[in-house]
Write a new protein. Structure first.
Length: 95
């Protein structure tokens, strides 16, 4: 029986194999270190192009958001973008 290499897990961003030295395991998936970035849209760009925050994330500085559609992968955000877009907002002041 010939030797076969075990299949490497697939990165949800680039769909390529992720090897042990370059992996981050988060949000139920295995990511490349360079692919694990903030997915939040940046503030409105005057040129009209859609740009993303793109901050490089690690296991200490990310927050997750469940996707709207059923069965999708959770979406990584940096903590500042997550708080700006989805965080707690105060309605009134306590007396």
């Amino acid at each position: 029986m010939p030797f076969t290499m075990p299949a490497a897990p697939q990165c949800p961003v680039c769909n390529k194999g992720v090897y042990k030295m370059e992996e981050i395991v988060a949000l139920g998936s295995t990511w490349h270190k360079l692919c694990f970035r903030c997915a939040a849209l940046a503030p409105e760009d005057p040129s009209g192009s859609e740009t993303r925050c793109g901050k490089k994330l690690d296991l200490t500085n990310y927050a997750e958001r469940k996707p709207a559609e059923e069965g999708g992968h959770p979406i990584p955000y940096c903590k500042s973008c997550y708080n700006k877009n989805f965080g707690f907002t105060r309605v009134g002041a306590a007396i």
